[in-house]
Design a protein around this ligand. Structure first.
Ligand code: ATP
Ligand code: MN
Length: 300
């Protein structure tokens, strides 16, 4: 790790400790994964508030979801201006490999980010749709559902990008021009999901709760509110096997066998592809006005 990170590589204590019994991955190996993936992951973390999922006892032990801190021992992590999230301790931000690996030293397994940057925290720069399979939903239905979401977004003139969650589902991301506030973006994402559930009711449900979801796919728009977070691309998941959230081309979706297709133990070959499936994202930022008009949505 020192080669890659110079003299600022944080020391990893207890590197031999097994973090995930299913894969046998140790704390040292997970830290090494984050060091190696840092060049790919930092563009997704930089400039955004981050939430950490820490697992001091590893996968299967108690998880600590941390969005704020008065003080952090993680070397290089930034504590943001408390005014960004009034009434709370400072939000956290990770802009460097040092801080990313430092987070792993402090037992972080997952890193989740906001849909806005810290510099413009009032205006989201992306909209996320979290597709969750209800009980009894086959993977093939997830694949079809994601394609239906893409088609609807296309019809609304909104380019969309896909990633595995590393867990059970898929995440669809729409890059936005910073134009509307949280309420408008969340309200519109809700309108999109409700439209889907009305149009393809046998496949989609817009209401949360496991009983509403049996045999259906829950398209969650709640990731689009102020303070909501979604797991970052390239984050490992604190679940058996340590799946990884990986950006992919829409054309790759039919070949995937699950949302945890890539794991920390089996991701080396994917690193060369890296973020290229999302290369067009920055250039695709779109305003929502035209799409709102198509759906008859009136921003308040
Ligand atoms: P899957 O594909 O398996 O659904 P996912 O990443 O879409 O994976 P979850 O891991 O269930 O979904 O995470 C749900 C979201 O809720 C996360 O993105 C995270 O930001 C948020 N979250 C998770 N744990 C907590 C918590 N303890 N407190 C507040 N928010 C949380
Ligand atoms: Mn999900």
């Amino acid at each position: 790790m020192n080669d890659r990170m110079g003299t600022r590589a944080p020391r990893i204590t207890h590197p031999e400790r097994v973090v995930d019994a299913a894969s046998g991955i140790t704390k040292g190996e997970l830290a090494a994964y984050y060091a190696s993936v840092a060049p790919l992951m930092l563009p997704h973390l930089k400039g955004r508030p981050v939430a950490l999922v820490r697992a001091p006892e590893g996968v299967g032990g108690e998880l600590f979801f941390q969005k704020h801190a008065q003080h952090s021992d993680i070397a290089g992590i930034r504590l943001l201006d408390p005014a960004l999230d009034p009434g709370h301790d400072p939000l956290l931000q990770i802009d460097t490999a040092e801080a990313l690996v430092g987070a792993a030293q402090y037992n972080t397994i997952e890193l989740h980010t906001w849909n806005a940057t810290s510099r413009a925290i009032g205006k989201p720069d992306r909209m996320s749709f979290d597709l969750d399979p209800g009980e009894g939903v086959a993977w093939q239905q997830m694949q079809e559902a994601a394609l239906l979401v893409r088609v609807l977004l296309d019809e609304l003139g909104l380019p969309s990008f896909l990633k595995t969650s590393g867990g059970k589902g898929l995440h669809v991301v729409v890059p936005l021009r910073r134009q509307f506030g949280w309420d408008e973006v969340r309200g519109f994402s809700r309108a999109i999901v409700e439209h889907l559930a009305r149009t393809v009711p046998e496949r989609f449900v817009a209401k949360s709760g496991p009983r509403n979801r049996v045999g259906k796919i829950f398209a969650d728009y709640l990731r689009n509110g102020f303070g909501a977070t979604t797991v970052s691309a390239w984050s490992a998941r604190a679940r058996p096997g340590l799946g990884v959230s990986v950006p992919l081309e829409w054309e790759e979706l039919p070949d995937l066998d699950s949302a945890a297709h890539w794991t920390v133990a089996h991701i080396a070959g994917r690193l060369a592809v890296g973020n290229t499936p999302w290369d067009a994202m920055e250039g695709s930022r779109t305003g929502l006005g035209a799409a709102m008009a198509v759906l008859g949505f009136l921003p308040s």
